[in-house]
Design a protein around this ligand. Structure first.
Ligand code: RP5
Length: 162
């Protein structure tokens, strides 16, 4: 089975409601992806194996979402040079600020491109991944340009009372 260019990974099944937003966007843009539950705390060996094999499998971008003590994106970035885009999942206890802080403040040398908290972050992660892939894929670049133009065109000039 061929590996798709994007890997969407998340710490828990409970993250899927958020991370599905990334999958929806990638579907819209015609970008292939796989989705996996890979927990830094509950399945550390799975995390290590995923990171260790990412390059040889042909993954080009990894979107990693986690909440709370959200170590998954950073640990993945420490294990592979495949670019990691981090999505802080919104939490009940601390509204996702815990997730954001756990992901964003990486030490020099192991970057994670950190998105906004929650579903906007997941959607933007997909757009960021598509933008990276579009550098080498003219057809995808056109689809992404069209998607952006359609979004722009959908914004009304004036506010409505409805
Ligand atoms: C993190 O803990 C996951 O990324 C998830 O956001 C959070 C809660 O996980 P569950 O208890 O819902 O499985 O590892």
């Amino acid at each position: 089975m061929t590996t798709p260019p994007v890997g969407i990974i998340m710490g828990s099944q409970s993250d899927w409601a958020t991370m599905r937003e990334a999958a929806v966007l990638l579907d819209e843009l015609g970008v292939g992806y796989e989705s996996r539950i890979v927990s830094a705390h509950r399945t550390p060996d799975r995390l290590w194996d995923y990171g260790k094999t990412a390059v040889e499998r042909g993954l080009q971008v990894i979107i990693a979402g986690a909440g709370g003590a959200a170590h998954l994106p950073g640990m993945m970035a420490s294990k592979t040079r495949v670019p990691v885009i981090g999505v802080p999942v919104q939490t009940r206890a601390l509204s996702g600020v815990d997730s954001l802080y756990s992901i964003v403040q990486m030490p020099k040398g192991y970057p994670v491109a950190t998105m906004a908290i929650g579903s906007a972050g997941a959607a933007n992660a997909a757009l960021m991944a598509a933008g990276i892939l579009a550098l080498q894929d003219a057809k995808l670049a056109k689809r992404l340009d069209d998607w952006r133009a359609a979004l722009s065109a959908s914004i009304p000039q004036e506010p409505s009372d409805d």
